[in-house]
Ligand binder design. Structure first.
Ligand code: ADP
Ligand code: ADP
Ligand code: ZN
Length: 214
């Protein structure tokens, strides 16, 4: 099964993609997580893309397309994968189609998480990430069991620099202009599954599974 989890910043893509990854036993591929790791380790790629991410802009298409190409061709993706945060532009979507088509593969569905804008801001401004394993929490909706420590690895939780008000506003704008047009692109391919993402984490997950047919 090859799925795309789609939606604006803060919609719950990462949260739902992790649950789907466990449910189906296929890898979760988050371009945002991969890029943050590169930045954290000051790799050549990380150094090239850092300023885009901090501002809330998209990283150039060539960079992310290359990341995804390498990742989805790995052996552990042979039974499928869950893409989270990719594609984000029409150029990326076409590149993905090309990579898959040339191997006789295709995307099975695009889960479109629909969440109202006030809720997005509420989710992003209190999102916290584990510095060690990258797990995601929310101070109110999905708090860690112990004060600002990761449930999984005990790592310290931090506030992403692009989850500050100015960068959040920019990311929502970028979503509306660059990324939202992809809905039409995938609607034409009859791949879009609309999901109301406003409910709590478990009810959103149940709706996704129901619409995917288990
Ligand atoms: P969000 O939680 O807002 O959906 P992500 O963690 O997916 O954010 O992405 C964080 C940042 O990483 C983006 O604002 C962008 O700078 C960069 N990024 C991630 N995926 C892509 C992509 N597919 N194309 C371009 N930039 C990306
Ligand atoms: P995205 O990857 O789309 O940017 P995340 O999965 O990182 O979104 O979720 C954004 C924030 O909202 C996180 O702090 C997460 O814990 C929280 N969150 C995710 N889904 C829900 C939900 N259904 N209800 C309330 N909070 C949620
Ligand atoms: Zn952790």
């Amino acid at each position: 099964m090859r799925l795309i989890v789609f939606g604006p910043p803060g919609a719950g893509k990462g949260t739902q993609a992790k649950l789907l990854s466990n449910h189906y036993g296929i890898p979760h591929i988050s371009t945002g997580d991969i890029i943050r790791e590169e930045i954290k380790h000051d790799t050549a790629l990380g150094v090239r893309v850092r300023s885009y991410v901090e501002r809330g802009d998209l990283v150039p298409d060539e960079e992310v397309i290359e990341i995804v190409r390498r990742r989805i061709l790995l052996e552990n993706c042979s039974r499928g994968f869950i893409l989270d945060g990719f594609p984000r532009t029409i150029i990326q979507a076409k590149a993905l189609d090309h990579i898959l088509n040339s191997r006789g593969l295709k995307i099975d569905a695009v889960i479109n998480l629909i969440v109202n804008e006030e809720e997005l801001i509420r989710r992003l401004s209190s999102r916290r990430i584990c510095r060690i394993c990258g797990a995601t929490y929310h101070l109110i909706f999905n708090p860690p069991r112990k004060d600002l420590k990761c449930n999984i690895c005990g790592g310290e939780l931090y506030h992403r620099s692009d989850d500050m008000e100015e960068a959040i506003r920019r990311r929502v704008r970028v979503y509306n202009t660059e990324t939202k047009p992809l809905i039409k692109y995938y609607e034409e391919k009859k791949l879009i599954i609309d999901v109301n993402g406003n409910g709590d984490i478990n009810s959103v997950f149940s709706e996704i599974l129901r619409k995917l047919g288990g």
